[in-house]
Design a binder for this molecule. Structure first.
Ligand code: GZL
Length: 309
C-alpha cells in the first residue's frame, strides 16, 4: 500500500520522436468524486506530455465498451480503463491485447479469468474502507445499532467490497443490525429518494445510515432534515470518499464520519503508463492499493482547508 500521490518525477515523453497517445475510458461524470478523478488523470497525462484521448461512459458499460473498441481501432499506445462494473470486459480487452495495446485498470476492479488482459490495477482499498466504516461505528455505538445501508452501483467493485467489508466487521458485533439495504447508485438525488422511502417504512427505528459514498450520504441528510430529524444526532451517518462536500457537512455538524477514498490517482496511473512505454511493464505490481484515512466530525475543521478534492 503506498501514498496516493507519489512524488516520483514525471517522465517527459517529448524526448522520444512521437508523443504517446493514451486513451482514458472513464465511468461517467455523475459526482464530485468522479470529476476529481477525471481531472487528476488529465492533469497527470499533461504533466507527462502525453496526448490524452478521453471518453466517459455516462455511467453505462455499453458506452465504455464502444469507447474501448474505438480506441483499439485508433491504435492508441496505452489504454487506461475505470470499469463501471466488474464483469463483461474480456472480449473488449482481448481485442486490445490482439492489437498489442497494454491496458491499465484504474479505480474500480474487473473480474476476469485471464489476468494477461491487463498490465496492472491501481485503486483504493474499498474492502478496507467498508471495514473501517464498521469499526468506527462499533466504537461510536458501543456495538449496538440499527443500520440502513445505501449501496453504490450494483456490480461495481466498490459496492461489493464496501458491502462485504462492513459486514465482515459487524459479524463480531451482533448488536449492530442492518435492517435495510438499497442502491442509491452513488448519486445524491437517488440517495435522498431511497432515504425518504426508508424513513417512511422504518421511521424512528433507524439509528444509523451507512452510505457507500458521500454523495448519497448528503442526499440522505437532506431527507432526514425534511423528516424533521437532526442528521448526525437523531441518526448517525457514516460514509466513504471524504470529498469536500462531506467536510462541509461534518463542519456543519450533519455528518459523523467519512472514510477517505482518494480519487487523485492520476500520477500513479501515468507513472505506470511511463513504465509500460519504457518497456518496463514487468516491473509493475499486478495490484497497487492506495491507503485511506478515517475523518470524524470533530476533526473536520482542522482538515477542511487542506483537502484537495
Ligand atoms: C471508488 C469509486 C466510487 C466512489 C464513488 O473507488 O469508484 O465511484 O466511491 C464514485 O463516489 O461514484
Amino acid at each position: 500500500v503506498i501514498p496516493a500521490c507519489s512524488s516520483e518525477k514525471a517522465t517527459d515523453a517529448t524526448d522520444g520522436n512521437k508523443t504517446p497517445v493514451i486513451a482514458f475510458v472513464q465511468t461517467g461524470a455523475d459526482n464530485d468524486w468522479r470529476n476529481a478523478h477525471t481531472e487528476s488523470v488529465k492533469q497527470a497525462a499533461a504533466d507527462h506530455g502525453y496526448d490524452l484521448r478521453f471518453a466517459e461512459g455516462q455511467s453505462k458499460q455499453e458506452n465504455q465498451l464502444k469507447a474501448l473498441s474505438s480506441f483499439v481501432n485508433q491504435g492508441v499506445d496505452v489504454i487506461v480503463l475505470a470499469p463501471i462494473v466488474e464483469t463483461g470486459w474480456d472480449n473488449a480487452l482481448e481485442k486490445a491485447k490482439q492489437r498489442g495495446i497494454p491496458v491499465v485498470i484504474l479505480d474500480r476492479q474487473i473480474k476476469t479469468d485471464d489476468e494477461s488482459l491487463y498490465v496492472t490495477y491501481i485503486g483504493a482499498d474499498t474492502y478496507t474502507e467498508g471495514q473501517k466504516a464498521a469499526q468506527w461505528l462499533a466504537g461510536k455505538t458501543e456495538g449496538t445499532a440499527k443500520v440502513v445501508e445505501l449501496q453504490g452501483n450494483p456490480g461495481a467493485s466498490p459496492t461489493i467490497n464496501r458491502f462485504n467489508g462492513f459486514r465482515d466487521v459487524i459479524e463480531d458485533h451482533p448488536g449492530i443490525e442492518i435492517i435495510a439495504s438499497q442502491s442509491g447508485e452513488f448519486r445524491r438525488s437517488k440517495g435522498k429518494e431511497v432515504m425518504e422511502a426508508l424513513l417512511k417504512k422504518h421511521g424512528k427505528e433507524i439509528e444509523v445510515v451507512y452510505a457507500h459514498n458521500d454523495d448519497m450520504a448528503i442526499g440522505a441528510i437532506s431527507a432526514i432534515e425534511d423528516a424533521g430529524l437532526k442528521p448526525a444526532e437523531d441518526i448517525i451517518i457514516v460514509s466513504v470518499d471524504a470529498v469536500r462536500a462531506a467536510f462541509d457537512a461534518m463542519v456543519a455538524g450533519k455528518l459523523n464520519c467519512t472514510v477517505e477514498c482518494n480519487p487523485l490517482q492520476g500520477p500513479l496511473a501515468m507513472e505506470a503508463v511511463a513504465k509500460i512505454l519504457a518497456g518496463e511493464a514487468d516491473s509493475l505490481d499486478k495490484k497497487t492499493l492506495i491507503e485511506d484515512t478515517v475523518f470524524e466530525m470533530e476533526q473536520a475543521k482542522d482538515f477542511i482547508d487542506s483537502r484537495k478534492y
